[in-house]
Design a protein around this ligand. Structure first.
Ligand SMILES: *Cc1c(COP(=O)(O)O)cnc(C)c1O
Length: 234
């Protein structure tokens, strides 16, 4: 147990929570719940224990091998899978995670649904959309989302709760805003046209979460800014 790190995380968490509320007040949406997902891929089991002590309730991982020891050790956390999923990892991921942010193809949705059903659970799923327009990034093209949503209707083991996007790595605020707005508009259109309930928008990371919240995020995935150890020289 590292009390100094615990305090550091507690302090950073409080600052982010305060900042969220200030932004929500500013945009006139003070009641919106924005969930902070602490991305733990940078740290080990001991540090995650400190995070739990510091009051973190939701944690995110993007690779099964890196996540494994942590999700097994801390089942009391809500675990969010946020990375690409290889087919042979879908079963343990369905078992240990509560939310999957990165579904972008039918076969994966089918596998996750099947494994979740075997476990008697219903997985919360977000469809990942490529909002940056960069071809090497994963995610559905915006125009593909409606069709996958429709196909997922038949899968009893998953519940589609919304959309996830990763913005371009840039400090161009206007560009970031446009990308987040694209995801929000897409969600709004799908809700209006298909009568679906898609309450969740997972968007925003350490460098861009304030803009994402302004544009409607309900989940922000924060790694470095929340969990990296710094200034430990005494
Ligand atoms: C690593 C990661 C994050 C967190 O990134 P930070 O810049 O460290 O906040 C968020 N989302 C995804 C998909 C990631 O892989």
């Amino acid at each position: 147990m590292d009390e100094r790190y615990q305090l550091q995380v507690r302090d950073r968490l409080k600052k982010v929570q305060l900042e969220i509320q200030q932004i929500l007040d500013k945009v006139g949406d003070p009641e919106r719940n924005v969930r902070i997902v602490a991305v733990t891929k940078y740290i080990g089991v001991d540090e995650v224990r400190d995070l739990v002590q510091a009051g973190i309730t939701d944690a995110g991982e993007n690779r099964w091998q890196v996540a494994r020891a942590k999700v097994e050790e801390f089942p009391q956390l809500q675990w969010h899978f946020i990375g690409p999923i290889q087919r042979n990892k879908a079963r343990p991921i369905a078992r240990h995670f509560d939310w999957i942010h990165s579904v972008d193809r039918w076969e994966l949705a089918e596998d996750l649904s099947k494994f979740a059903q075997e476990l008697g659970k219903r997985l919360n799923v977000l469809l990942q959309v490529n909002i940056s327009g960069e071809s090497q990034k994963s995610g559905l093209m915006p125009e593909e989302v409606a069709s996958l949503l429709k196909d997922c209707n038949e899968f009893r083991g998953i519940a589609i709760k919304g959309l996830m996007g990763i913005a371009t790595n840039t400090d161009n605020g206007e560009r970031l805003r446009q990308e987040f707005r694209l995801l929000r508009t897409l969600r709004d259109d799908l809700q209006n046209s298909a009568g679906l309930h898609l309450p969740e928008l997972s968007m925003g990371m350490s460098e861009d979460y304030p803009i994402a919240i302004e544009e409607g995020a309900t989940m922000i995935r924060i790694g470095r800014k929340l969990v990296l150890k710094e200034g430990l020289a005494l």
